[in-house]
Design a protein around this ligand. Structure first.
Ligand SMILES: CC(C)(C)CCc1c(C(=O)O)[nH]c(=O)[nH]c1=O
Length: 312
């Protein structure tokens, strides 16, 4: 029974990895994922210059998930290019993901020029949940800007590249985004990022639980699985087959991994549950998925990927 997979014509021994932002800030955290049962890792989204991020507390774990407003703390793209280059030397033949985000189209192009000129030979994940110009919604919700960014990105970069998308909630938005995404030679899309601007309250203190943004933050964990599965399946139904899907959101068990793949995912990323359990979570999820596959008579992910039945 194999949980191996392929994405962008690269092979991965396991279909699971961390979600950008979780357990991937520095070399030590990335080493823990690299040494775990995960098939690979993605770095924290790197920006042109390093950032301290928002004041703490900026991440809070709840019974059913998490809320965060980290503010993109990261050591800068050059740091991650150096660190990943070392992992590529240590494990030649293993494909790693490098996440990045700019605060303008020009910054995105500069980031990709840097990556192109580096030794990086893995897959780039461009985070489209980054902020836009003030007064406009985040990039992922500003469709014309998404189109402009992708045009600029693919004029600049010819290696394997995917985009991290925020969740959508209207079928027309799936249609509109798919029309844009299908215009470009994307290796994949990663759905979903956290559900934006949720609010979690400490009733005893009658207070919000994170400091930035008056307590508003991205929601992850069990809360988001139905939305994550819907986004994975909606894009699976709409995107050209060359664009694969990484499913992210609400994975706490092998069953959740199974459901993401049934909806059409080729790989899955784990965020909140990884933050709670640590890198050994990948061993547990892999065993649980293998047990489900064995019970159903499946030996590879291809046996059930995208085969979610609709009621006739
Ligand atoms: C929310 C942004 C800071 C604009 C991007 C980075 C990011 C963050 C973050 O660094 O706050 N948290 C998330 O759950 N998803 C993200 O994509």
């Amino acid at each position: 029974i194999s949980t191996a997979t392929k994405l962008a014509n690269r092979s991965f021994s396991n279909c699971m990895m961390n979600a950008a932002g979780v357990w991937c800030m520095d070399e030590a955290e990335l080493t823990a994922i690299d040494d775990s049962a995960a098939g690979t890792f993605v770095t924290k989204s790197g920006t042109l210059v390093s950032r301290p991020g928002n004041p703490e507390p900026r991440y809070y774990e709840t019974a059913l998930g998490s809320i965060n407003s980290m503010g993109l703390p990261n050591h800068g793209i050059d740091y991650y290019l150096d660190v990943v280059a070392a992992f590529q030397k240590k494990n030649p033949g293993k494909t790693y993901f490098l996440s990045c985000t700019g605060f303008s189209i020009e910054q995105d192009q500069t980031l990709l020029r840097k990556i192109k000129d580096s030794e990086f030979n893995g897959i780039v994940e461009l985070n489209l949940s980054c902020p836009n110009v003030p007064g406009k919604p985040q990039i992922g919700y500003d469709f014309e800007t998404v189109d402009q960014i992708l045009a600029a990105v693919f004029a600049e970069y010819d290696g394997p590249l995917g985009v991290k998308l925020p969740p959508y909630f209207d079928l027309v938005h799936f249609d509109q985004m798919a029309v844009i995404l299908n215009k470009y030679p994307l290796a994949y899309i990663n759905s979903i990022n956290s559900i934006g601007n949720g609010l979690y309250i400490d009733d005893e203190k009658e207070e919000v639980v994170i400091k930035p943004k008056n307590g508003f933050g991205g929601i992850g964990g069990e809360y988001v699985k139905p939305t994550a599965l819907a986004n994975v399946h909606a894009f699976y139904q709409r995107l050209k087959p060359e664009i694969q899907i990484i499913g992210t959101g609400g994975i706490t068990s092998g069953r959740d991994v199974f459901e993401h793949i049934l909806c059409g995912a080729s790989m899955v990323q784990v965020g909140t549950e990884l933050a709670k359990e640590g890198p050994q979570v990948f061993e547990r999820l892999t065993k649980e998925l293998q047990d489900i596959m064995a019970a159903k008579g499946y030996t590879t992910l291809a046996d059930f990927r995208g085969k979610l039945r609709h009621q006739d």
